[in-house]
Design a protein around this ligand. Sequence first.
Ligand SMILES: Nc1ncnc2c1ncn2[C@@H]1O[C@H](COP(=O)(O)OP(=O)(O)O)[C@@H](O)[C@H]1O
Ligand SMILES: N[C@@H](CCC(=O)OP(=O)(O)O)C(=O)O
Length: 265
Amino acid sequence: MGVKRQLSAKRVVIKVGTSTLVYPDGSINLRAIDQLAFVISAMRHRGREVVLVSSGAIGVGLNYIGLTQRPKAIPEQQAIAAIGQSELISIYKERFAVYEQKIGQLLLTRDIFIYPKSHQNVLNTFEALLAQKIVPIVNENDTVAVDELDHETKFGDNDQLSAVVATNIGADLLIMLSDIDGFYDGNPHADTAANLLAHVPAVTDDTYALAGGSGSRFGTGGMVTKLKAAERMIQADGQMILANGADPTIIFDILAGESVGTLFG
Ligand SMILES: Nc1ncnc2c1ncn2[C@@H]1O[C@H](COP(=O)(O)OP(=O)(O)O)[C@@H](O)[C@H]1O
Ligand SMILES: N[C@@H](CCC(=O)OP(=O)(O)O)C(=O)O
């Protein structure tokens, strides 16, 4: 048995990508959502403060209206996000209720963190929710977030949104669940000889050189945005663990200090 990781995890942000929530054929992975609700409720009941950053609005929206392809036009994508977000949050609400855990929904844009008043307001909301033992569920506000010339509202991907949220609320740990076991020394989908890296203490140019793009049909981030998130966490003296979300109960192993996935920082 290997040495256990020493983690500080009183306040934890968990990010789940579309690939964890939606099967490759476009149907919704209710099992994964239920397990997430179970794990997060158990964490909460043990006194941890947990924020969930969940993608999936577009993936769930496509399924809801019976489309298999994401439309190209931005207004149509935004409409699908609006449809999917309400469906996604109602699934979460139902599943969390089974474990007697209440949730709140926060839809954020990048400019919120730039303007001091709105920044403070959103931090106040997080603190008030956490103080009331409620699990905030965060997504980008896709119906608003389109960049204009002088007004950047878009994070573009939830990997960076999750790190911005985590650093702003002073989370110790960001757990990023994806469709891959961790960070490899090459894209495992392109290079079968790539090796999983258990620990990446610092994110450097050499680390970025090992990252490739997105592997799933509905995801947007790919590995580069996950590395940017890790870099942001490390700069704020936090840590990030990238692990496979196929079975979200992996979070119990992560919190027990088992060597699963990749630890950054
Ligand atoms: N060095 C790497 N290590 C692991 N995965 C990588 C690497 N480079 C590129 N990838 C790709 O990144 C994908 C995960 O990103 P993404 O598809 O955006 O997932 P998510 O929907 O969880 O955000 C992996 O499935 C893999 O194809
Ligand atoms: N806000 C978008 C998320 C886009 C995104 O970052 O997706 P992913 O790469 O799966 O985390 C949605 O909910 O569909």
